[in-house]
Design a binder for this molecule. Structure first.
Ligand SMILES: Cc1cc2nc3c(=O)[nH]c(=O)nc-3n(C[C@H](O)[C@H](O)[C@H](O)COP(=O)(O)O)c2cc1C
Length: 329
């Protein structure tokens, strides 16, 4: 292994992460079926669940809740919590030990109004005393790695962003993911990887760069511009479940075979994973959400997306998808 590759291994409280490539937490997308699909393609070093309400988690049943379904191969898996309440995070973290979590992530970047109303997600970064209380309680009740996911702030202000990162490190956070967009910016806006470069040296803990990585070239540029220690990929890994494998091979020198790809095979593998893991009434919604992204790169992808969107059963969706791939690929 070259020195560069050795250096790119992340070590979080004894947990080794290599390659330093994570699948992002995404509501409705980062469930067991997608995590397994991306992991089977290769090149993933860290998985996240979608955000889970910390207050609800202790009442959820791991065997029935679709948010908690997990297969044994999904490792290492960090569970992402969202809350502004220190009691809730403690109870949720205790539950996560029962679930054999490898780490706990606190969502500090969600701008959704329902989270804002509760002072959670992004809003918690605007209330430093409460944010520190929550993190302190979490740190005190677990020896698992603790990570957070943040955005750049409400305006471009290196000083504020550095102060936030310092605070996070001081509260015992082991890993920070930075979604390189300002608080109010939409996902279609170009990410600001260079801004992360300006604050990278403010902390000694590893930083993952996130936002707008859809190719090996994007991955390379985002790492160069941000100086980050690794990557987190969201929509790019849904559009191309093999993207992390390509990045791991091209950037981190992993010996992952570059094999001919079959778009239809990958799509139906995902369907099978859905069918194996979820009750029938939970499958179609998840297939619709996946297809919105997976269909995007195809020339006539909008036909696939709209025909799956209007399907009323999983069997109908499968027939329509088979038709599409037979005609277009
Ligand atoms: C459908 C969807 C759901 C998301 N849900 C979450 C979430 O639960 N928690 C979170 O921290 N970020 C969430 N995000 C944000 C992503 O984790 C990521 O920061 C964002 O998509 C930018 O990365 P990308 O350009 O690689 O997709 C979500 C994004 C999308 C598109």
């Amino acid at each position: 292994m070259t020195e560069k590759i050795l250096k790119s291994k992340l070590l979080l409280r004894g947990l080794e992460i290599f390659p330093p490539i994570a699948l992002a937490p995404m509501v409705g997308l980062s469930h067991s079926a997608l995590r397994t699909l991306v992991q089977e393609e290769g090149g993933i070093g860290l998985l996240f669940t979608e955000m889970l309400e910390a207050g609800r988690l202790p009442h959820d049943n791991q065997r029935c809740s679709p948010l908690l379904v997990r297969s044994p191969g999904e490792f290492p898996l960090f569970y992402q919590l969202v809350t502004s309440d220190e009691e809730a995070i403690e109870r949720a973290a205790e539950k996560l030990h029962d679930f054999q979590a490898q780490g706990v992530d606190l969502n500090l970047g969600c701008p959704a109004p329902q989270q804002r109303k509760q002072g959670a997600g992004l809003a918690l970064t605007e209330n430093h005393p409460q944010m520190c209380k929550v993190l302190r309680r979490l740190r005190a009740c677990t020896n698992l790695p603790v990570s957070v996911k943040i955005r750049l702030g409400s305006t471009l202000d290196d000083f504020c962003l550095k102060a936030l990162c310092h605070l996070l490190e001081d509260e015992g956070v082991d890993l920070i993911t930075v979604h390189a967009r300002l608080n109010g910016e939409k996902f279609c806006r170009r990410p600001r990887w260079k801004v992360v470069g300006k604050i990278r040296d403010a902390v000694t803990i590893p930083i993952l760069i996130n936002g707008g990585i859809f190719s090996v070239d994007d991955a390379r540029k985002s790492l160069e511009q941000s100086g980050a220690d690794g990557l987190m990929i969201g929509r790019g890994a849904v559009e191309q479940p093999w993207l992390c494998a390509d990045i791991a091979r091209e950037i981190y020198g992993m010996p992952i075979r570059c094999r001919p790809r079959s778009d239809v095979e990958i799509y139906f593998k995902f369907v099978t994973f859905l069918e194996q893991r979820f009750a029938p009434e939970r499958q179609l919604g998840r297939l619709k959400q996946f297809t919105t992204y997976y269909a995007a790169p195809f020339t006539f992808g909008h036909h696939l997306a709209s025909s799956i969107q209007s399907s009323t059963t999983i069997d109908q969706a499968k027939r329509r998808a088979a038709d599409f791939f037979a005609r277009n690929v």
